[in-house]
Structures are given as structure tokens and as C-alpha cells.
Design a binder for this molecule. Structure first.
Ligand code: GTP
Length: 598
């Protein structure tokens, strides 16, 4: 293993991880030139389109330096706050990391968060400033930021590389530095087997394929294995490495990174962070690798297929997505008005967006999405405590003794010049200021405690806009505190629209009702009649707006023989009528609903 190096690239979203990984793949001839396409490791269509890494993709590369052959295992990691736990497990699987910082935007919150974990775990950090080819690059300032940051974390910076992942400048020198400075993996290949699962995927024929780092011992094909956290016994049907496609090797000794087809169909038994050992008693490791955590849903929404007929397809699609995503939780929830749907728990808003987008694209489903909610704790007068994840489950106010909501620690990272803007945004939240920490001279970290509900929807977008894109944030749920929560209902033309109901603090109900009513007025398409928009709490109306009627009949301006166009319009109206039935008299398309939740 002395010629093996295991490393990650960690960086904030868009700082160039995937592009740098592409250059490494080229340098090491890991992907045939004709198969090379941009951001090779971002293999999902959605990832390539949005330019974000959702699923991490490890790769094993071979590189010759000074006549010696090296095996380089690179794990690309997702940069977004929703996936922090996955990143922490990837960091536990390696000895070193490239800290990649964009030469134009500098250090960001996510980078600091990952770096902190990396330094705590004793990883060797190799800093690199990317995108130096850009005219607006400011590498000297960014270098000073990185040095300050590393010192504040108790890690001494060595050389700070300057590269362009786009043009390839400085990339080979960086790779050679990884070989020189990142230690070879330790671990005794003859000890009891302990392999850390840091990710997984699903194959229709082979079932769950776990991505592992073998810490101790050796995993050999056909070994009897055991998933220690879930306590499930099975057999290693195949083991191998990522090249980047799966290549069987028959054996993975301590120090290596690869995959195992563990003969299980259910991802719940082979979760990220679990440890694989041998099943037979004398060979079984006594302790699992530390750091395992249950996936935690943070945001919940009840989602309905637009047409009742699609319910089974919708349920099947979710079950399929779940096969490769253990963090996705769902259970059936019905509504009188909207029919059969699923209550889904997500890791955060980005996770939610990704799942919805995949349901629409890969499974062709039209969906009605209800307002995202956090999980509230409600104590009833009977003494019973319930976890409530949406307005539909909210008990009758007469039965409620106490409502509590989740609170989070938030760290906002901004350049000092944007501190006031960020502060005024934070002041609108119900939170409390904790303290401010200077990370060098170019970054301030503002710490706040806020109700989670205040930051899950559009807070991050607002922060980006008041800080010209430089601000970033991280949050962690820290516990529950009492808050008087009520259900805010919306009536359109006198009918309650369940999809628009939400849970809000009583003190904010009127303001929230007014804001929502105005937003609905400006968002919904005009009907052939004026629509009254009312916000209601308990029995009383807290806000009222009117959407005026449309001026012309839908086919009124079509004259003469354009029959097909007229048919199309009538067809559309008919479809609208179908939905009219479920939504009351006002027609709300799913995209209109999604706009209302933003
Ligand atoms: P996530 O997957 O979202 O975490 O982003 P990432 O860090 O993988 O970034 P990605 O490689 O997708 O790069 C983001 C954007 O920056 C893309 O448009 C790249 O083409 C561009 N980019 C990356 N490296 C460079 C560089 O060295 N110079 C220039 N000019 N652009 C770059």
C-alpha cells in the first residue's frame, strides 16, 4: 500500500472540483479520450445541466512518477450543505484532501466546514487556488485568506498551488504534490476486517453496491460479511475498484478504496457510515467505525400526482429512487381534496428540488407539491406527544397543550464589507445573535440561533443576493423550543386550498397571511371571474386580496379556421376542468404552486 494515495477534493459549490477531476482523469489516462466529456464524474443528466455534484463518484487512477507506479483513489464530494454528513464519511475514508478555492470568490462557508472536519480528522491539506486564468481572479488576496483560515484552524499551510482546472495550468504539479505529501494509508491487512461505507448505488440485478474504504483486514469475494450497524449478514458477491466503471479485483486489502456487491436489496441495511466486517465469530471486528449517523430529514412536503391514475407510478418511482438514496423517507398521506399522496422527508431544500426534478424528468410525473415544512413537536392535552410534519396532520387547536419547533445554529460567512447587509437580513428572522468570528482579515463568520423554519425556504437565496453571491451559510439543528404554532389556511373563491395551507408562529400569522395573499394575487393566472383570496387562522380571516377577472374568453381572439389551435385550447381547458374539481373553482397548475413556495 506504500504507493497508494487516498484523497478528496473539497470545495464550495462551483469552485471547480469536477473540472479538476476531469484533468486528473486525462493526465492519468483513466478515461479514453473519445469517452471524455466535461465533468465526467457528474454522471447524472441533472448534475451536468445544473453543474452541481449530487452523487459522489470515486475513481482509481494509475500514475507514474519518477519510475514508480502509484495508485490514486480520488473521491469527488458534493459541495452543498444538505450533504454534509456524506462528505464527513468521505473524509473519514481518505488521508488527504485538496482544498480547492475559487480565485474570484474566495473562501466560503462550506469550504470552512469541510476543512474543519478534515483538520480534526488529521488529514493532510493541500491548498490550491483555482481559475487563475480568469481576468477577475485575485489570487494574492485569496492566498492570504487561505493562510489566515488554515492558521485559525491550527494547520500550517505549506505551498499554495495556483491552477486552472480549465486550461490545465499547474494541475500536474498539484497531483505530484498529492503523491509527495499525502501519507500512504495505514491499516493491517491481516487484522479483523473493518470497511467503511461512504456511499452506495443500486443495480437492478446486483442490488446495493456499497462504496467502501477498507480500514483493516482484507475483503475477498465470497467472504461471509456482516453490516455491523444494521446487524445484517450476507455474502460479498463481487469486490473491485472504480476505473471509474466497476472492475472486479477479487480482493480489497486494508488501505484500498473500492466497491462490494454485498448481496442485499435493501439500502436500509447498508447505509452510509455503516461498517462491514466478517460474519464468522472469531473473525468479526468488535467495534464498528465511529461516526455513523441516521439520515435526518429536515424538510417535509406532501406530494400528489396530478392525476389519481398516476398514483401507483408515483409510488413506484419513489421506491426506485429510494433504492439508491437511503436518506429519502416517505409514507402515504391522503387528503380529501388532493387524493392519495406521499409525505416525503428531505435532507434540505436542494435535496427536495433534486428529487422533484428527477420524478418529473425520469418518471414523467406531473406533481402537486405542498408547502415545505419542518417537523414540529405537539403535546396534546391528553399528554400524548406527536411529531407533525405538515398542516394536514395538525391537531384541532382545542386538543393542543404545547407546540415546539426545531432551532438551528447558523454560521453565515461573508466578506467584512457585506456584514451589514447580512446582519439586516438576519434581523428579520426570529433568531438571536450569538457572536462574530474573524477568519483572517477577509472573512467574517456570523453565528446566529434561529428557528429552522425561518431558513429553509428562501433565506439562502436572499443571502446570496444581498452579498453579491459571496455569502454562504451552514446550519445544524440543535433542539426544540416552545412556540405557539397555528395553521394558516388559504381560501380561493371561498374554497380552502389545502396545498397552500402552512404552519406558522401565531405572532407571524397575520403578516404571513398578507404576504401570501399578495403573492397569490400576483402569481395565479386570471380566471373568467374575480377571485377572492383569503388567509384564515382558526375561524377568522387575517388577510384578503382579489385577483381580477381576465378580460377575454379563452378562444375569443381566434377567428376563422384555426381548428387545431382551438381544439388544443379547449383540450387544455378540459384538463383544467379536471383539476378544478379537486382544487375548488380556481385552476392551479403545479408550476404556479411551486412559484408560491419559493
Ligand atoms: P459542484 O459540482 O457544484 O460542487 O461544482 P464543482 O466544484 O464541481 O465545479 P465545476 O467543476 O462544475 O465548475 C464550476 C464552473 O466553473 C464550470 O462552469 C467550470 O467550467 C468552471 N471552471 C472550473 N474550473 C475553472 C477554471 O480553472 N477556469 C475557469 N475559467 N473556469 C473554471
Amino acid at each position: 500500500m506504500s504507493n497508494t494515495r487516498n484523497f478528496v477534493i473539497f470545495a464550495h459549490i462551483d469552485h471547480g472540483k469536477s473540472t479538476l477531476a476531469d484533468r486528473f482523469l486525462e493526465l492519468t489516462h483513466s478515461v479514453e479520450a473519445r469517452k471524455m466529456q466535461e465533468q465526467y464524474l457528474d454522471s447524472m443528466e441533472l448534475e451536468r445541466e445544473r453543474g452541481i455534484t449530487i452523487k459522489m463518484q470515486p475513481v482509481t487512477m494509475k500514475y507514474d512518477m519518477g519510475g514508480a507506479n502509484y495508485t490514486l483513489n480520488l473521491i469527488d464530494t458534493p459541495g452543498h450543505v444538505d450533504f454534509s454528513y456524506e462528505v464527513s464519511r468521505a473524509l473519514a475514508a481518505v488521508e488527504g484532501g485538496i482544498l480547492l478555492v475559487d480565485a474570484t470568490s474566495g473562501v466560503q462557508a462550506q469550504t470552512v466546514a469541510h476543512l474543519t472536519i478534515a483538520v480534526e480528522q488529521g488529514l493532510t491539506i493541500i491548498p490550491a487556488i483555482n481559475k487563475v486564468d480568469l481576468p477577475q481572479a485575485r489570487p494574492d488576496e485569496v492566498e492570504a485568506e487561505i493562510i489566515d483560515l488554515l492558521i485559525s484552524l491550527g494547520s500550517e499551510p505549506d505551498v499554495i498551488h495556483r491552477i486552472s482546472a480549465k486550461t490545465g495550468e499547474g494541475v500536474e504539479a498539484l497531483l505530484q504534490e498529492v503523491i509527495r505529501r499525502v501519507p500512504a494509508p495505514s491499516g493491517d491487512p491481516t487484522a479483523h476486517l473493518r470497511a467503511l461505507i461512504f456511499d452506495s448505488t443500486y443495480d437492478d440485478y446486483r442490488g446495493v453496491i456499497s462504496y467502501i474504504r477498507v480500514m483493516d483486514g482484507t475483503l475477498t469475494v465470497r467472504d461471509r460479511i456482516m453490516f455491523m450497524v444494521s446487524g445484517t449478514a450476507s455474502e460479498a458477491k463481487d469486490v473491485g475498484v472504480f476505473s471509474p466503471q466497476f472492475v472486479s479485483t477479487g480482493e480489497l486489502p486494508a488501505g484500498s478504496i473500492g466497491y462490494v456487491v454485498g448481496g442485499v436489496k435493501d439500502i436500509e441495511v447498508a447505509r452510509i457510515g455503516d461498517t462491514i466486517t466478517h460474519n464468522e465469530e472469531p473473525l468479526r471486528a468488535s467495534e464498528a467505525i465511529a461516526g455513523y449517523r441516521q439520515p435526518q430529514s429536515v424538510v417535509f412536503s406532501t406530494i400528489f400526482p396530478e392525476s389519481e391514475h398516476d398514483y401507483n407510478d408515483f409510488a413506484d418511482a419513489l421506491a426506485k429512487l429510494k433504492l439508491s438514496d437511503a436518506s429519502l423517507h416517505f409514507e402515504p398521506e391522503s387528503s380529501d381534496a388532493l387524493g392519495r399522496g406521499m409525505k416525503i422527508g428531505f435532507l434540505g431544500m436542494l435535496h427536495m428540488e433534486i428529487i422533484l426534478e428527477r420524478l418529473r424528468r425520469e418518471y414523467n410525473l406531473e406533481l402537486v407539491v405542498t408547502a415545505p415544512s419542518v417537523a414540529y413537536h405537539v403535546t396534546l392535552t391528553s399528554g400524548e406527544t406527536r411529531t407533525i410534519t405538515g398542516p394536514a396532520q395538525f391537531p384541532d387547536p382545542g386538543q393542543i397543550q404545547l407546540t415546539e419547533e426545531p432551532w438551528a445554529h447558523v454560521a453565515i460567512l461573508v466578506p467584512p464589507g457585506y456584514m451589514n447587509n447580512a446582519m439586516s437580513l438576519l434581523k428579520n428572522l426570529r433568531g438571536a445573535y450569538k457572536d462574530t468570528e474573524y477568519l483572517g482579515s477577509d472573512r467574517v463568520s456570523i453565528h446566529y440561533e434561529v428557528p429552522l423554519a425561518d431558513i429553509i425556504s428562501d433565506f439562502y437565496d436572499n443571502l446570496k443576493s444581498v452579498t453579491s453571491g459571496f455569502g454562504s451559510m451552514l446550519y445544524e439543528v440543535v433542539g426544540y423550543r416552545p412556540e405557539d404554532i397555528v395553521k394558516l389556511d388559504i381560501l380561493l373563491a371561498g374554497d380552502k386550498v389545502e396545498a397552500l395551507s402552512r404552519l406558522v408562529p401565531r405572532a407571524n400569522a397575520e403578516r404571513e397571511g398578507r404576504r401570501l395573499a399578495e403573492k397569490i394575487r400576483d402569481t395565479i393566472p386570471a380566471e373568467q371571474f374575480a377571485v377572492a383570496i383569503q388567509a384564515m387562522v382558526g375561524g377568522s380571516i387575517v388577510a384578503r386580496e382579489t385577483r381580477s377577472a381576465m378580460r377575454k374568453h379563452v378562444t375569443g381572439n381566434l377567428y376563422g379556421g384555426d381548428v387545431t389551435r382551438k381544439m388544443k385550447l379547449l383540450e387544455k381547458q378540459k384538463k383544467g376542468k379536471k383539476r378544478l374539481k379537486s382544487m375548488g373553482r380556481v385552476n392551479l397548475e403545479p408550476d404556479v404552486l411551486m412559484k408560491l413556495f419559493r
